[in-house]
Ligand binder design. Sequence first.
Ligand SMILES: Nc1ncnc2c1ncn2[C@@H]1O[C@H](COP(=O)(O)OP(=O)(O)O)[C@@H](O)[C@H]1O
Ligand SMILES: Cc1ncc(C[n+]2csc(CCOP(=O)(O)OP(=O)(O)O)c2C)c(N)n1
Ligand SMILES: [Mg+2]
Length: 322
Amino acid sequence: MGEFELIRHFFAAAPCAQGGDGVALGIGDDCALLELPAGEQLAVSTDTLVAGVHFPAVCDPSLLGQRSLAVAASDLAAMGATAIGFTLALTLPEVSADWLQAYAQGLQRMAHRCRMSLIGGDTTRGPLSITVTVFGRVPAGQALRRDGARPGDLLCVGGNLGNAAGALPLVLGERQAPVEQAQALLAQYWSPMPQLTLGQLLRGQATAALDVSDGLLADCGHIARASGVALEVNQHQVPVSTELEAFLGRDAAVHAALTGGDDYVLAFTIPAAQHQALQLPGFIHVHVIGRVLDGQGVTLRDRQGRDITPTQRGYQHFRETP
Ligand SMILES: Nc1ncnc2c1ncn2[C@@H]1O[C@H](COP(=O)(O)OP(=O)(O)O)[C@@H](O)[C@H]1O
Ligand SMILES: Cc1ncc(C[n+]2csc(CCOP(=O)(O)OP(=O)(O)O)c2C)c(N)n1
Ligand SMILES: [Mg+2]
């Protein structure tokens, strides 16, 4: 099977590639064409997933399909954007119809859940890597940026943290866990659900937001720096699932939640009054985990208010010391 047959068969024919809201022209020409309603801005973000770095080289391709779109779409959620579509740049060592079929199925599942159209891409031969670029729309001036946090705001997260980091030894086949624990942790690693609804509800409410990918403390550092404020995180308020705590024990579970990354849960700052007035659907659980202060940097505090900030705060490519 050649490049063009592969594209046609596995991607252009997928239900998610048949167009949708905001897509004037999809797969097949030199560019896709997107349509934006008047008064809206285009939100764009790209993420690359590399075998052996972001996912194990040997894994279920349908799970990889889900994950590769989910982690990219999460950036749209973090901006409060509504998803429109995505491009897929796929580098494959070889063509396996079974692999591609399963990958495209997983991709389709996540595209359906996020209501996104596949609008184009690129297919090349080489070591397995996947780049997804996502496009969304947001009312002009209302995107949730990282630079608006103000002293006095509360710091919140949109759900439990640490499950995906806790799943890593299971994903790598280094450990086993009882089935209920394994299911909860693996679901968050393989199929994090981009918090698009939460992001949209936070427009005009949150003062800053991002999605936690590198680790809570590391990513809070991005808000602190961009906003020119200090962030204080109360360790005992950081939400961890019962499954993660049962699997790792309390201390390691909290450590995973603070620094593990791969969460794709929103972290945001919001004035207290706005937080109280938030009307959220039942499936979204927002937790207050700290506050914004004058100053700079991120401080982690224990129940007694002592500074227990760890030196390593999250994942970084090219870090010199592990
Ligand atoms: N090679 C690059 N060239 C230009 N901009 C980049 C490059 N790599 C990352 N960025 C930008 O740097 C910022 C931080 O990137 P990253 O930490 O990957 O964000 P995220 O966690 O939201 O994916 C983003 O605005 C991203 O677009
Ligand atoms: C097999 C495997 N090993 C390790 C990890 C952990 N990991 C790899 S990259 C990363 C951080 C997120 O990746 P990055 O490329 O920084 O994403 P972005 O912040 O751009 O969304 C983490 C936690 C993983 N996801 N899978
Ligand atoms: Mg990125």
